[in-house]
Design a protein around this ligand. Sequence first.
Ligand code: BG6
Length: 484
Amino acid sequence: MAHTVVIFGASGDLTSRKLIPALYLLHQKGRLPKDTRVVGVSRTKFTQDAWRQELTATTQKFAGKEFDAASWQKFASSVFYQPGDIDKLDHFQALSQQLDALEGGPGATRIYYLSTSPALYTAAIANLGASGLADESRGVRRVVIEKPFGTDLRSAQELNRATHQVFAEKQVYRIDHYLGKETVQNMLVLRFANSIFEPLWNRRYIDHVQITVAEEVDVGRRAGYYDHSGVLRDMFQNHLLQLLMITAMEAPARFSADFIRDEKVKVLRTIKQMTGGDFARDTVRGQYEGYRQAEGVPPDSQTATFAALKLHIDNWRWQGVPFYLRSGKAMSCRTSQIVIQYREPPIMMFRDGPRTHMDANKLVIQIQPAEGIQLHFQTKVPDAGMKLRSTDLDFSFAREFTGVMPDSYQRLLLDAMNGDASLFARSDEVEVAWSIIDPILAAWQSPAAPPLETYPIGDWGPASSDAWMKAQGREWFDVCPVLH
Ligand code: BG6
C-alpha cells in the first residue's frame, strides 16, 4: 500500500532534527511501508534538489552514527518539495495536483503532518478541507498535529472544533513525543505483562509517587516562545500528565487505541480540582537565576521555569496517595524518572543503633537517559550483626539489549502510517488535561500564588521545593542517572 507523508513546516527545525531522520532510519531498517514518499511544504522557495541537499547535511548530523550515504540516497529519491503558503487555498489545490501526480492513482494513505507554528494549525486544517485533501473517497487521510494543542482549555476546544469540521476523530493523531519513548511504553509492559507488580500497585502498599522530568538545558534561544508558555504549558499539560496517566491507569481490556485512552482519561477525570488555599499549599514555582537576562525575556518576567505539583487521584486505587510531579529547566542533570515509593514496614524490628527508620522500598523507572528500572530494598551487611543497607536490583536496557534506542518519532510516525492511535492523545484527553492546568495558571496570576522563588542553575529547583517535601515527611529522589 502506497503512503505519502506530507510535512507542513518543512523548513522548520522539527522537520530536519526529528521527522526526516526518523523517516530515513525507518527506511534504513526496512520498516517503512513499501512505496512511501515524503513531500515537504513550506513558504521557502526551495527547489527539490536544494531541499534534498539541505536534508542530506542535517540528517547526517542528526541521524549520527546510523547514517549511511547509500541508503540515504535511495530514501532521498522519494523526498519531494512543494513551496506553499498555509493561508492560500490555491496552494493547497496545487499541492493536491502534485500529490495525485506523484501517487499516480487513488488508494494511497496520506499523512498530513502539521509541524508549522501552532498559530497556523486552524488555517492549515481549513484549507486541507476546502481543497478536498481530507476527503477519504480516494484513500485514507490522517492529520498529525504537533504540540502544543492549544494554550488553554478554550483554545484547545476551539482547535478540536475546527479539526472536527474537517476530520473525523479517527483521522486525528495528536502527538506527545513522550508516549513514543521506549521506556514509557515499557511502563505498560511492566505493569500489565507481569503479575508481581500489579498487586502492589495501590494505596495499600504505596506511600506516594514522584514523577520528575528534569532538564539540564536552559531555555536557550526559545525564550520568546517559552516566556509565554512557562513550564506548566510546556511540560505538565502534556508530558507529565501523560506519564501520570500511564502510571495510574487501570488495565485496559485490550491493547488498542480506545481501550487505552478510555482508561487514561478516567485517571485525569478523577484528579481532584484545586481550589482556594490548595494552590499555595500544593504547588511550588521557581525561576532559574539569570532567566530574566535571556534575550526576549522581560526583566520582570513572572514565568516559572520550574514547578512541582501535588495531585490527588480520587479513586479506589489511589485515594490518599499523592502524586508529586516536578519539572524544570537548568536543573542538576537531565533525568526523567518515575519513583514508586512504597510504605515502610509496619514494624521495624531490626534496629541499627539508635536508627529505627530505614529507607522504604522504591521502584525507580528511569525514562531517560540510562533507561532502566531499579528496585531499591534493604539488605543485611555481612558479618556486621544485623546492620542493614539499602541496595538495588538494576535492570538496564543498554546492558540487556544491543542497538540504539530509537527516537520517539520513529515509533509515532510508523503508528500514524499504520493507523494505530494508541500512543496519541484523544480530543477529550487534551481538554481534560487543560482543565487541570488552567486553574493553576490562573491562581499563579493571583494573590493565591505561591512565591516565585529563584534557584541557582544546576540545582534541583528552589529550596522551597525540598522544604515543601520535608514538611510532608517526604524527600525528593534527587539522583542523577548513572550511565553504564
Ligand atoms: C518539548 C518541550 O515538548 O519537550 C521542551 O517543548 C523540552 O521545552 C522537550 O525541552 C523535552 O523533550 P525530551 O524528549 O528531550 O525530554
